[in-house]
Design a protein around this ligand. Structure first.
Ligand code: SF4
Length: 161
């Protein structure tokens, strides 16, 4: 391959890599309902892989942290540790009403509340559980760079577009 072609090819690759959201998933105390819908979003039916998205085994390789469930006291420290290990720029999607606000588990003696109690949240996807299409849209917003405010939080649905 000629030098010119190679550099064009490499810069094309870099653009793809920069925009492909690699995902680390963490259940911070939910009932698994949201996890099932998140897994559905990964299947060929919804196909988040068309965005270059894939699950990774380590937060050190992740651009996006997907959190399901309310944050229990037991896992709060682990959630912060996972977030701290992710390289910048990093995004957090809170999936489900429990991850957004604590949901039906709010007020429980083992529950701290929504994900925002521990780490900044970029996009909230409410619902119990949310539809995989909504999960896809949140990842798509990150893929397309449509996030106005990283860490916009669950009170700001308008942090997209
Ligand atoms: S939002 Fe609903 S489905 Fe998701 S973890 Fe909470 S109770 Fe379960």
């Amino acid at each position: 391959m000629a030098d010119g072609q190679r550099s064009e090819h490499e810069s094309f690759d870099r653009r793809l890599v920069r925009k492909s959201p690699w995902i680390f998933h963490f259940n911070s105390g939910g009932c698994n309902g949201c996890d099932i819908e998140f897994v559905a979003a990964l299947t060929p039916l919804y196909d988040v892989e068309r965005l270059g998205a894939k699950l990774v085994a380590s937060p050190k390789h992740a651009d996006v942290l997907v959190v399901t469930g309310p944050v229990t006291l037991q896992v709060a420290k682990s959630l912060k540790l996972i977030y701290d290990q992710m390289p910048e720029p990093k995004y957090v999607i809170a999936i489900g009403t429990c991850a957004c606000s604590g949901g039906i588990f709010s007020g429980g003696y083992t529950v701290l509340g929504g994900v925002e109690k521990v780490i900044p949240v970029t996009i909230c996807v409410p619902g119990c559980p949310p539809n995989p299409k909504e999960i896809f849209r949140a990842l798509e917003a990150i893929y397309k760079g449509e996030i106005k405010v990283a860490g916009g939080g669950c009170g700001e649905e308008q942090n997209r577009g």
